[in-house]
Design a protein. Sequence first.
Length: 354
Amino acid sequence: MTPQDIETYLSPTLSLILITASLTLSAVAISLSLGLGRRLRRKAAVSAIAQPPEMPLIRESERNGRPVEEALIQWSPDMLRQILGSELPGAELIVVSNREPYVHELVDGKVELQVPASGLVSALEPVTRACAGTWIAHGSGSADRMMVDRQDHVAVPPDNPAYTLRRVWLSEEEYKGYYYGFANEGMWPLCHIAFTRPMFRASDWECYQAVNRKFADVVIAEAKSERPVVLIQDYHFALLPRLIREKLPNAVIITFWHIPWPNAEMFSVCPWREQILEGMLGSSILGFHIQLHCNNFIESVDRFLESRIDREGTAISHGGEMTLVHSYPISIEWPEHGFATTTADARARILARY
């Protein structure tokens, strides 16, 4: 992908990221609008990238002689749908994660709906609802198969269906090797630099590859256009961006890595390091929580793959394609209810104190 190609998709991509971030925490919107926007606009390596669209997310004011950045807080489903309609007209959204947002369990002979406690779900579900998108995830519930149609679809939420949940079925062997094995016994301790030796087994790697291919096949089958916006979540799917890119070259693929990324020396422990990096560089945009993780990833690519790197713009050119690597700090969602004070009052006190 060339810098000219990025110009075509970057504007709606940044809009989607801005919208998602604003739903989770206003500080994230500030980071994206001011930090990412400024970095992108000044980079020579990606000079062809268009300036992100102006969105009514940020205002600046003076406080004690210095500027204070405040995110507008009047977010609502109606506002979200309005912005999506103007910035992403006709966009097809596909979310991919290991965990599903709704689980059907068989309890005492009756089907019970459960909503897993997950920050990932709270951050992404409002956007998926507003876009009437498709969420692809592993069907883990004991009654999940009972609730899907012939295409393994189920409309959610049950009381007011707004989007489609597409469940993917994994065998016990596949799940054990891909999830408990390679992802949690290999990648998790490696990326966290935990005081536990990462376990890398060839059999787990085979399962990891097979499951990533299975999810890629489902994404491709579910895509109704040549240019879907695909949001890939976490270390379970390092190979997925490249697999999707091979079949849907025009897709906008945004991958967010929810755990740290180790330094290049630590990452060298992984026997399949090149394949992991190659897979992730299938992304249009690759996000980490903080800049240190971005820097570590870029150093890993520089050490193990032939590539061109713009360090100031944190952009990687590999195999004729460009991947932007940026930090998106995500915190907890601000509760809508349960507080006696208003959000504005709380924000004012926090700004005054800190």
